[in-house]
Design a protein around this ligand. Structure first.
Ligand code: BDR
Ligand code: CA
Length: 311
């Protein structure tokens, strides 16, 4: 008997790896994307919102609504990553123009309203960028916390060095205060840090397998990955690009691909040299997050390639 699909809200700052995550999600019957909410991160608003709309046009899924979210982090100025993703955020593909507009409701309100209208433990939030919208929603309406089944967040770095500073991963670095709000909210939280996403490297043979599908979606996805992989290949002297954000969606589809352990996780919000550093201190309190550290990379890439190839 097949399970009913897991209903998710994807909170995102596309970003080529966000784009791959969105495409995998809309191609997969195991998940139902209730909404896409956008947050400034890899590039500013309104680019991230336009990118989300264009990706849905590419996939022929204009039925999924896009909600524009926060323009900047809670306390710090916005720090963006055009040096990784290019000026558009999704360089490497010529995406179609959006065919529908953004919804007039703000992303934070959409998250609050969706949660309040749900039974307890029914909403899964998949943040793939800085946690600004999620923290704002929790601050605006703490009654949403029991409604949330799980927050699945790509962010942080534990034993692995940071990718933005020596100790901080990008999404944690951009809005560490929002990460603090989420970590201390009591919400069930699973974190996909660089420790696991740096094991999810998309090698040339995977990109070729994707391009072999020769559909407009597969061509665009392969083009984006070929652009985006250049930064990590140069920086880390590796042969492929880490598929950070698709790990979250793959976990929704098949959690057996991943493994991790519960810990008490904190984030540095005070010291400028180490701000955004996520760390474990199990002596400081009960476990507040499951930290994912391993992935079955071959099965993960089979899934990514097959799902995008099906669009
Ligand atoms: C994260 O930062 C962004 O550049 C990617 O989209 C991903 O969400 C990786 O550190
Ligand atoms: Ca992202």
């Amino acid at each position: 008997m097949s399970r009913s699909p897991r209903r998710i809200i994807i909170d995102t700052d596309p970003g080529q790896d966000d784009a791959i995550a969105i495409l995998v999600a809309v191609a997969s019957r195991e998940v139902e994307v209730d909404a896409i909410t956008t947050v400034a991160g890899n590039v500013p608003q309104p680019l991230v919102t336009d990118n989300a709309l264009s990706l849905l046009a590419l996939a022929g899924r204009q039925d999924i609504r896009v909600y524009r979210g926060c323009e900047r982090p809670l306390l710090r100025p916005l720090y963006t990553a055009e040096y990784v993703h290019g000026p558009s955020g999704v360089d490497g593909a010529d995406l179609p123009d959006p065919t529908v507009g953004v919804h007039s409701t703000h992303a934070v309100d959409l998250i609050v309203d969706t949660c309040l209208a749900s039974d307890d433990g029914m909403v899964t939030l998949c943040p793939l960028g800085p946690l600004t919208n999620i923290a704002m929603a929790i601050a605006k309406e703490p009654a949403i916390v029991p409604k949330i089944a799980e927050i699945l967040w790509m962010g942080g770095a534990f034993d692995e060095p940071g990718n933005t500073t020596e100790v901080a991963e990008f999404n944690a670095y951009v809005d560490p205060h929002a990460a603090h709000v989420v970590f201390t909210s009591g919400v069930p939280l699973t974190i996909f840090p660089l420790d696991v996403t740096h094991k999810a490297l998309m090698f040339p043979r995977h990109v070729e397998a994707l391009a072999d599908h020769a559909t407009p979606v597969a061509d665009a996805a392969a083009g984006m990955i070929r652009f985006y992989e250049k930064y990590d290949i140069d920086k880390y002297e590796i042969e492929g690009a880490p598929m950070h954000d698709p790990c979250v969606i793959a976990y929704c589809i098949d959690p057996t691909l991943f493994s991790g352990t519960p810990h008490h996780v904190l984030v540095d919000t005070t010291h400028e040299e180490t701000i955004g550093n996520t760390y474990i201190d199990d002596s400081a309190g009960e476990a507040n997050a499951t930290v994912i550290t391993d992935v079955d990379a071959e099965r993960f890439f089979d899934l990514v390639v097959q799902r995008i190839g099906s669009l």
